[in-house]
Write a new protein. Structure first.
Length: 204
């Protein structure tokens, strides 16, 4: 969406089916299956970044899906997980982006320690960035700047994937062209009722 453009709260059916549904679901719909057949063959795909060593969200989603009689596959990604995914590396990031058209749901709880306002208070680790210096304070040593850079990469990549999953090409392109912290402001243009927020990265 462009700034100032009104949200179409009642899009036509063609827009919903052709533009919003992933290809796997669309192919099933075109086969004109009855509801029971569709439900038995439709597999919902959910991606969870920074899931931790034990993905409790995956367990909850699988339990709820079982209650509703639907099928779900949850892909968990975390450095401390079984496969040790480094989400600051090219992979699996590029593969997730490439498969975004087939993803039904997504959650990212990226590490936000480098953004936390608590770090401005006494008694803890010092801040590594500020509003004036979002990419890193001039006073950072090499280790502090590495922390700031990694935090920026993980936050921006989380937003890129969110935009891609929602099919928001314009915002995804902006995030891809401007890979820095300020690009997160571009998400204000998208359908925020579908996006989560990151209140844990703030503290008064």
């Amino acid at each position: 969406m462009e700034p100032g453009e009104e949200v179409d709260w009642d899009p036509d059916d063609t827009s919903i089916i052709e533009g919003e549904w992933n290809q796997g679901a669309l192919e099933l719909l075109k086969r004109d299956l009855d509801y029971a057949q569709y439900k038995s063959e439709r597999i919902f795909k959910f991606v969870h970044l920074f899931s931790g060593p034990k993905d409790v969200l995956k367990e909850a989603l699988e339990q709820e899906a079982k209650k509703e009689g639907v099928r779900i596959e949850v892909a968990s990604y975390d450095k401390l997980g079984a496969n040790g995914h480094d989400l600051a590396a090219d992979e699996p990031f590029l593969s997730i982006v490439g498969d975004s058209d087939n993803i039904d749901g997504y959650h990212s709880g990226y590490p936000c320690g480098s953004f936390s306002m608590v770090r401005s208070k006494e008694g803890g680790p010092p801040p590594v960035r500020s509003r004036e210096w979002p990419h890193g304070l001039p006073s950072n040593d090499a280790s502090q700047q590495r922390e700031a850079d990694t935090g920026t990469i993980l936050a921006v990549r989380s937003a890129i994937i969110a935009a891609k999953v929602l099919g928001i090409a314009s915002v995804g392109a902006k995030l891809g062209r401007w890979p820095h912290l300020k690009t997160l402001r571009g998400l204000r243009q998208v359908r925020t009722y579908l996006l989560g927020s990151w209140p844990s990265c703030r503290s008064s």
